[in-house]
Design a protein around this ligand. Structure first.
Ligand SMILES: Nc1ncnc2c1ncn2[C@@H]1O[C@H](COP(=O)(O)OP(=O)(O)OP(=O)(O)O)[C@@H](O)[C@H]1O
Length: 579
């Protein structure tokens, strides 16, 4: 079935397009059998529909004109039964087709999502989330419609066309050739219009990405917009985006209308011509009336598939645009991945961290954030990490979790270069509690055990108790099963912080990083949380990133990031080494 279409598609391909089509057909090919089954069903249903005009011809010529009651009754009964069977088969076909079509869409989307899940924060810093969503949704649906729906449409239209043209030729080959003469003209017109359809589609998809990006950025920030009294300005911004979208939409509608109007008109002329000539033959007694009626019905049945096939030829241009947009995401390189043969973590893991001459420059920047930084954090120590805003503290944490790899130098855990460890092992061994705590719309229980889904309820309750959440959870009528609102908006800053600590407790890491984790709470609460953390994570390596000197109390040293290097100071500020 696919080999039928490949010559046509091959002509559309350039080098990178070949990969895009290959990617798409890799999802369709495993379902070839199921698709063939659905297709066979639809062919059978179509052949029942194709019988109808012949039955009408028999009814008129052999029943009415020949005055035969028997032919009249048997033909009418046969028409009724075939009509009923065609309807039932069409229903079944629709159900199976929808199931198949959805399965292909979900597989395509899972594949792209799997790639997105492996991309580094540098990708998300460059791309607008709304734009990515528009590609995951709109473009993916366009591709899926092509991959399954239009593939079926093309094949069943081709079969319908062959059947209808076959009967037309049988009824009158002269008239059939005459009405087919206008087809090359339609083809030539559509070829001319295809690039315009592609441009219009690309512009519309980009404007759709603008609208999605607007909502993705603004909805979580509505509280800030209200406090800044900028609701009017944002409404105007949405108006402008809508106007841009509408103008692209109308432009595409006009292009598509003009593209299809010309073939539509030519088709109407064809029918008129058939009636004119065929009608003259009937008047002159050269042709039976039933034959003219059957011919015109088959002509109607043939023009539908012809228009669909020509429409598909134009639609191909749209799917090329969407495939290209999705390929831009798929072509984003995965900069951090598992090594081929990961080393196992030493057991027991001590949690000694080292940076040896680490150089790191963010993509697109000329200045390095880390310019040959070195440090050694002995296992089990609590150290403070400081530095002016923008000095590179978050970047350093991202390197410890391998969200990025250094361009030079190495980061090691217990003497093993992080690049030699499996990502999952490393990220189980190192936990970060940051200021921005990610909470999902799910019960507390699920939120706490997000990184350890296998933990049972008793273990979660114990971690929550140790993180200081016990009393609060006991006061909730649903306890651990209490739902947390979107992004945890129903919780206080302190409660969110403690949920993050409970998560880290369940994870039981060798290294715990507190990234401004207590900056949202007052100093008294901060001291309380740090005491709790020390009690819970005693003996683990702890890195406290904080501007507040109160958070450095109890740290053996303070590591200060300055100009891409690390100064080692005692926590009262006395510098005693450079890294
Ligand atoms: N994805 C990125 N692409 C380009 N530059 C980046 C990116 N992320 C951070 N930077 C730049 O790297 C430098 C260090 O940023 P980083 O967030 O690590 O600093 P920080 O010390 O954590 O700052 P703060 O204390 O204000 O959070 C800054 O100049 C920042 O602009």
């Amino acid at each position: 079935m696919f080999s039928l279409l490949s010559p046509l598609l091959a002509r559309q391909r350039t080098g990178s397009e070949r990969h895009q089509w290959a990617w798409l057909f890799a999802f369709v090919r495993p379902r070839a059998r199921a698709m063939s089954g659905v297709l066979a069903l639809s062919v059978f249903a179509s052949s029942l529909v194709l019988l109808q005009p012949l039955l009408v011809k028999r009814l008129i010529d052999d029943g009415l004109v020949a005055r035969s009651h028997e032919v009249l009754w048997t033909t009418a009964l046969f028409m009724l039964l075939t009509g009923l069977a065609a309807t039932l088969l069409a229903g079944l076909n629709r159900y199976l087709h929808t199931r198949l079509s959805a399965a292909v869409l979900f597989d395509l989307r899972q594949d792209l999502f799997a790639h997105l899940q492996r991309l580094s924060p540098a990708f998300w810093a460059r791309w607008r989330t709304g734009d990515v969503m528009s590609r995951l949704d709109g473009d993916m649906s366009e591709i899926q419609r092509f991959a399954v729906d239009s593939l079926f449409a093309v094949l069943s239209n081709l079969l319908g066309l062959v059947g209808a043209v076959g009967w037309m030729l049988w009824l009158s080959w002269e008239l059939t050739l005459l009405v087919a003469m206008l087809l090359p003209l339609e083809w030539w017109w559509l070829r001319r219009m295809r690039p315009r359809v592609a441009d219009g589609t690309r512009a519309l998809r980009e404007r759709s990405g603008d609208v999605s990006s607007f909502f993705v950025e603004l909805l979580p920030a509505l509280k800030f917009v209200q406090a800044s009294r900028q609701e009017g300005r944002e409404a105007q911004r949405l108006d402008r985006l809508h106007a841009g979208y509408l103008s692209s939409l109308l432009r595409l509608q006009i292009i598509e209308f003009v593209t299809h109007a010309v073939p539509g008109q030519l088709t109407a002329w064809t029918r008129a011509l058939a009636f004119l000539i065929g009608g003259a033959w009937v008047i002159d007694g050269q042709w039976a009336l039933g034959s003219l009626i059957a011919f015109s019905t088959y002509l109607g049945m043939a023009t539908g598939p012809v228009n669909s096939l020509l429409g598909w030829y134009v639609g191909l241009q749209k799917v090329r645009v969407s495939l290209g947009r999705v390929a831009e995401l798929r072509d984003e390189p995965v900069t951090v991945s598992d090594p081929d043969n990961p080393l196992p973590l030493p057991a027991p893991l001590r949690g000694e961290l080292r940076l040896d001459g680490v150089v790191f420059i963010h993509p697109g920047r000329s200045e390095p954030v880390l310019a040959g930084a070195s440090l050694m954090i002995p296992a089990g120590e609590r150290v403070a990490l400081t530095g002016a805003s923008g000095a590179g503290k978050s970047t350093l944490i991202d390197l410890l979790l391998r969200h990025h790899d250094p361009q030079a130098g190495a980061v090691t855990l217990d003497g093993i270069d992080l690049r030699h460890l499996a990502l999952a092992d490393l990220r189980r061994a190192v936990a970060v509690v940051s200021q921005d705590i990610v909470l999902f719309r799910a019960p507390l229980l699920e939120n706490i055990r997000y990184a350890c889904p296998g933990a049972d309820e008793a273990a979660v309750a114990q971690a929550a108790e140790r993180a200081g959440l016990g009393e609060w959870i006991a006061s909730l009528s649903e306890g651990l099963h209490t739902p947390v609102g979107e992004r945890g908006q129903t919780l206080s800053g302190g409660q969110r912080q403690r949920i993050a600590i409970a998560r880290a407790l369940l994870q039981d890491p060798a290294v715990l990083i507190l990234d401004e984790a207590t900056s949202a709470v007052d100093e008294a609460m901060e001291a309380q949380i740090l005491v709790q953390i020390d009690a819970c994570f005693a003996g683990r390596t702890r890195i406290v990133v904080s501007h507040r000197p109160s958070a450095w109390v109890g740290c053996t040293v303070r590591l200060n990031l300055v100009a891409g290097r690390i100064e080692v100071c005692s926590h009262d500020g006395v510098e005693f080494a450079h890294g």
